[in-house]
Ligand binder design. Structure first.
Ligand code: ACO
Length: 338
């Protein structure tokens, strides 16, 4: 049975590796909830939600559509897309803040659901930035030779932790899952070669009160509900998050002009467009799914990647920037040559 370990001698001799995306997949709950349907439940309107956020609808999970169920479906689709089977995967990382249970991890549920019996599986929690953190983590395993192929999943059911009486937050979120398969391949020339070119991660726990869940197993013993200072999050997202993007470009020796697709966390259309404008990224390079999916936290980027790849926008060789900020705050960016 394969285990994960790094042999320093082998690492020295091994060729330089890059983590290449070889498949994508996604899964959305069947039920679609429009803004008009929400307006029957809380004091809001389609006009207010669209104007402030760009969101028109979101998918909401039923009882049977748990985070691990959605995550497994997305991961299976990514495996099929890559033309691989369970035997080919030796690492599963699931980014989620809404696991089915406090433990075991959602990643091990996904691993079992797909019949993967080798390697390691674990969850990673960086809220909305979780998928970027998971890509960066998987990249470290793959480029050091500690794993060969990783399923990187973002899966969430935020509808379970939203306060459905609070109109300032409940209109923003949706459920879903997305996944990619990353494969360690021999590195090609500099930024022209395929794979993850650079990643930049940051966290600053002083901002806890701006965006948090007011419960947990170690404090209240309950799941808790999401609380947010929307205006502060908005300001921080637009004002600060660009530092990791600039760093990711610099590390790879590229600029915003070289970019083919900007695939940010889908929280709010205004945040996304303001960030792109600040960075000099043309608006027609933005992949936007927030109108259809709402904010699905760690799932939003892999969902958007899958949409843009399957509709033919993202092509092999394209330069793609993913970027997100979430509770903590934690934020990060990764530059990928597709
Ligand atoms: N429907 C109607 N009116 C509403 C609603 C609603 N759903 N929610 C709030 N309002 C009202 C407020 O009560 C307020 O009324 P008042 O002026 O009478 O007091 C008014 O609308 C304006 O409220 P603001 O909070 O100032 O509205 P703002 O323009 O800041 O938009 C929003 C709010 C959309 C939450 C915005 O601040 C935002 O997008 N922030 C970022 C938060 C975010 O995206 N969080 C996701 C998680 S973190 C992440 O993923 C990055």
């Amino acid at each position: 049975m394969a285990t994960l370990r790094t042999d320093p001698e082998q690492s020295r001799r091994a060729p330089k590796l890059r983590s290449v995306v070889v498949g994508t997949g996604s899964s959305l709950p069947a039920r679609v909830v429009t803004n008009a349907a929400l307006a029957e439940r809380v004091d809001t309107s389609d006009e207010w939600i669209v104007q402030r956020t760009g969101i028109r609808q979101r998918h909401i999970a039923d009882e049977s559509e748990t985070t691990s169920v959605l995550g497994t479906q997305a991961a299976r689709a990514a495996l099929q897309d890559a033309g691989l089977t369970a035997d080919d995967i030796d690492l599963v990382i699931c980014a989620t803040s809404t696991p089915d249970h406090t433990f075991p991890s959602t990643a091990t549920q996904i691993q079992a659901g797909l019949g993967i019996h080798q390697g390691a599986a674990f969850d990673l929690q960086a809220v909305c930035a979780g998928f970027v953190f998971a890509v960066s983590t998987a990249d470290k395993f793959l480029t050091t030779g500690a794993a060969r192929r990783a399923l990187v999943v973002g899966a969430e059911t935020f509808s379970r932790i939203v306060d459905w009486e609070d109109r300032t937050t409940c209109v923003l979120f949706g459920d879903g899952a997305g996944a990619i398969v990353l494969e360690a391949q021999e590195a090609q020339e500099a930024a022209e070669g395929r794979g993850v070119l650079s990643t930049s991660l940051r966290s600053d726990g002083r901002h806890r009160e701006k965006l948090y869940v007011d419960g947990g197993p170690g404090s209240t013993g309950t799941t808790g509900r999401l609380r947010m200072e929307g205006r502060d999050v908005f300001r921080f997202a637009v004002g600060q998050v660009t530092d990791v993007i600039v760093e990711a470009f610099e590390q790879a020796g590229t600029t915003a002009e070289d970019l083919d697709w900007f695939v940010p966390h889908q929280a709010n259309r205004r945040i996304i467009e303001a960030s792109a404008d600040k960075l000099g990224i043309a608006r027609d390079k933005i992949v936007l799914t927030v109108d259809r999916h709402g904010n699905t936290s760690a799932a939003s980027i892999p969902l958007a990647l899958d949409v843009a790849r399957r509709d033919g926008r993202i092509q092999a060789g394209d330069l793609v920037m993913i970027e997100a900020i979430g509770g903590g705050f934690s934020w990060g960016a990764a530059l990928i040559r597709w």
